[in-house]
Ligand binder design. Structure first.
Ligand SMILES: [Fe+2]
Length: 317
């Protein structure tokens, strides 16, 4: 026969089990709802972010750059395709593409089609690792353990990198793959120092040409361009004389806390710098949260995909 106190304990245990079960069930439902939101809604909730960088010589007219990055294209991404087409209405003076263009072996035609209207504008580009190697199915939690590195046993599948770059070049875009380059657009001389992807150690900094070699009185600006914003990369650009730096790679943290607070950057910069404009020794660094994700980690939370309109303005404006 049970005592009254053991009956109470049994009843409490039953109630606790019931409550715990309800909480667990609610947790499962909430988790499933969050995952569905992150995959089916936020992944395609494309935004345009606007930034202003006062880095041009006094009196220079505004110059508009469209910064795109981390498309991670796969065939059939109609919403991404349509959003990218809509960006042509911005009529930028220049497009900067900071790489990670593909996430599928057969996605090159889809990528070229999505970029088609943007090829009508002057453009420069650097590759990311996902321009060279197809993504692999792996534990998505690895993303939160620090910068992702390929294991020695993992054999990468090569993407059609050269074909992609040939398609870009055929439309007049210029590669900045470990290259210094200059362009004059709308009365502004742009000097670029670009590097191949630092994330896979392909980067070799070309620096900028000494100012003594300049043969024009045009106002000018020096821009560093890379896929992954490792500190060594940002510091090298700053040391070389860059006045602004453009990068992608971080996906803005991809799965963030409410308010967009990133937990990781997938490189060695602080997660708080994983998207937006921050300063590296006084030089503005514009980092894109990207337009896509790996096809094997197709979720975003409090970190919508984005393109960025960066207006360079005169420093005295
Ligand atoms: Fe990426």
């Amino acid at each position: 026969m049970k005592t009254s106190s053991s009956s109470t304990v049994a009843a409490s245990a039953a109630t606790l089990a019931k409550v715990t079960g309800s909480v667990a069930a609610a947790g499962v439902v909430a988790g499933a709802a969050t995952a569905a939101y992150a995959h089916f809604y936020e992944l395609n909730n494309f935004k345009v972010r606007h930034e202003t960088l006062p880095v041009l010589p006094a009196g220079t007219p505004d110059f508009t750059i469209l910064h795109i990055s981390d498309m991670h294209m796969i065939p059939g991404q109609t919403k991404k395709h349509n959003f990218m087409h809509s960006l042509a209405a911005i009529q930028p003076d220049l497009v900067i593409n900071t790489g990670d263009n593909l996430s599928h072996m057969g996605a090159l035609p889809s990528l070229v089609d999505a970029l088609d209207p943007l090829f009508d504008f002057p453009g420069v580009y650097v590759p990311g690792s996902n321009c060279y190697f197809a993504p692999e199915l792996k534990n998505p939690l690895r993303y939160f353990k620090g910068p992702s590195k390929r294991g020695p046993e993992e054999e990468p599948q090569a993407l059609p990198t050269q074909k992609m770059h040939d398609a870009f070049n055929a439309r007049g875009w210029i590669d900045l793959i470990n290259r210094y380059e200059t362009l004059s657009i709308n009365g502004l001389r742009l000097e670029f120092s670009g590097v191949d992807d630092p994330h896979i150690g392909y980067d070799e900094h070309p620096g900028f040409a000494p100012s003594a070699t300049q043969i024009t009185d045009e106002p000018s600006v020096r821009l560093g361009v890379a896929h992954a914003p490792y500190l060594r990369t940002l510091n090298a650009f700053v040391d070389d004389g860059a006045q602004a730096i453009f990068a992608g790679h971080t996906h803005g943290g991809q799965v963030c806390l409410p308010g967009g607070r990133a937990l990781v950057s997938n490189c060695d910069i602080e997660p708080s710098r994983a998207k937006g404009v921050s300063l590296q020794n006084g030089v503005p660094v514009q980092i894109s949260a990207g337009l896509g994700t790996s096809r094997y980690a197709a979720v975003r939370l409090f970190c919508p995909p984005e393109a960025i309109v960066v207006t360079l303005t005169a420093s005295d404006k």
